[in-house]
Design a protein. Sequence first.
Length: 135
Amino acid sequence: MIELNSARIIRETRQTKHYLAISSAELRFVNAYKGLSDCEKLIWIAIADQCALDPEYSCTLSQSQIAELVDKTIKTVGTAISKLRALGFLKTETISFGPLSYFLTLPQEGLDALLAVDAGVKTRLNTGNKITCLL
């Protein structure tokens, strides 16, 4: 049987190892956060996507690589990363003069929301109620 090019691409894409997925609750929290612009949310999602490929849920990218991923200027990316760090959406670490390593996190209110969602899911699942909304 001859494998079509499209089938091969889809198969290889599905075999990419994603160690951790970003939960829909995290995405909803980031999307609803009024203190972030659409550009800052896009940059957080792009970094999150790269972090999902790593078992430590981190990634090492230069600002120019991020800028290329989101089609923004390096200056815009740098400003957004500074704000994401200040608000508690990212932690960074420099490893000997190389690009930054990024670690995803959420501000305390986001972490509290995730804990509430987790507790609500367990409660709803135990009672057999249909889950309609997690946040």
